[in-house]
Design a protein around this ligand. Structure first.
Ligand SMILES: [Fe+2]
Length: 151
């Protein structure tokens, strides 16, 4: 694992503060995470309550969480769900954290699932031409975001 502690390894994202699901990719490595044996965090609900809603749940760090915090004041909810939870495979593919989900989460996870075909293994072997694509993305940014972002 190149010397990183378990919690610094990204890929799937998952809730922290409650038991790690064995549906998260490479679950055997969670034994190396100090939270694994901490009684405050290693029960089904941990620090949370039943169906509290994912907005109450802290997620592991990764590009999902980073971009969510950058965009949270600017994009509509379905888009924010896609950004924040697209790597949360243990839920959107395996249903392993339904006990933390509320109605709003279920409704918006329909969008997360629609996005999924464009996530893992959807990339082409030839790198895209960043220069020719740039105007397209700059137009999108200009359409949906203000000139300066607050976060
Ligand atoms: Fe991603």
């Amino acid at each position: 694992m190149y010397g990183e502690p378990q919690w610094a390894v990204v890929g799937d994202t998952y809730p922290v503060g409650c038991q790690f699901s064995d549906k998260i990719v490479y679950p055997e490595f969670f034994e190396a995470n100090p939270d694994y044996s901490d009684e405050r965090y290693n029960t089904k609900f941990g620090v949370y309550s039943e169906n509290c809603g994912l907005d109450q749940v802290k997620m592991s760090w990764g590009h999902d969480e980073y971009l969510y915090h950058v965009m949270k004041d600017y994009l509509p909810k379905p888009a924010l769900y896609i950004i924040r939870y697209h790597s949360f495979y243990a839920q959107h593919r395996e249903d392993a954290y339904s006990h933390l989900m509320n109605e709003e989460d279920y409704e918006n996870f329909e969008w997360v699932k629609k996005f999924n075909p464009y996530d893992l293994y959807s990339k082409v072997p030839i790198p895209p031409d960043a220069k020719s694509l740039r105007p397209y993305y700059e137009d999108l940014i200009a359409k949906y975001l203000p000139k300066e972002l607050r976060f």
